[in-house]
Design a binder for this molecule. Structure first.
Ligand code: URA
Length: 198
């Protein structure tokens, strides 16, 4: 059994918070174990809770459109959420829920070792850059310990606010260039030991 499959079994049986009582299916995440890019959303919605898969509703369709802009399909990337279970009535995740779910996300990242972590929306942004706002941070990459962190708006935000559509598309289009630069920038970071913003 692969390390990721073993981890999914543990996540599926998780009872670390109260969402375990109301969820239909746990949504651990999906994608290849050697994915270069790791996208982190917020929380499973109703559709995801039914299917046990991330981003299968409208936001997922828009995410697939965004990926197509850089010639990718969803099976080439890893997708997970900050929390693995659907909050009832689609309410925002609670800080305690994010906290108790954090170890699963960290373990997924440890196994996959992506070159780039793309946070979608404010909850996954807060996990890495708690003092920043999505309005300012989106589309600006930072590199830390050889990994690129790249905040983007959540795809659902563009569905609700049409003016964000072009912004999120433009941010997506920057990804191939950032990946191409990573080796060069990783060298600089090693020398300065400072997170580099680019
Ligand atoms: N929104 C998310 O943040 N995650 C999903 O899986 C679906 C919608």
């Amino acid at each position: 059994m692969s390390a990721l499959t073993e981890l999914y079994q543990q996540i599926t049986h998780c009872h670390n918070c109260k969402l375990a009582e109301t969820r239909n299916k746990v949504v651990p995440g999906e994608g290849p174990e050697n994915a270069t890019m790791f996208f982190i959303g917020e929380a499973p919605g109703w559709n995801e809770d039914q299917q046990g898969r991330p981003f299968v509703g409208q936001a997922g369709a828009f995410l697939e459109h965004l990926l197509s802009l850089i010639n990718l399909t969803r099976d080439q990337i890893y997708i997970a959420n900050a929390i693995k279970c659907h909050p009832p009535q689609n309410r925002d995740p609670l800080p305690t829920e994010i906290q108790s779910c954090q170890k699963w996300l960290d373990l997924q990242i440890d196994i996959i070792k992506p070159k780039m972590i793309i946070t979608l929306g404010r909850y996954s942004l807060a996990r890495y850059f708690p003092k920043e706002t999505i309005g300012k941070a989106h589309g600006k990459a930072r590199i830390q310990d050889g990994t690129i962190y790249y905040p983007m708006y959540h795809p659902a935000a563009a569905l609700h606010q049409n003016r964000l559509r072009e912004t999120i598309e433009a941010d997506m289009l920057k990804i191939p260039g950032l990946l191409a630069q990573i080796e060069k920038i990783a060298e600089v970071t090693k020398e300065t030991q400072q997170p580099t913003l680019f």
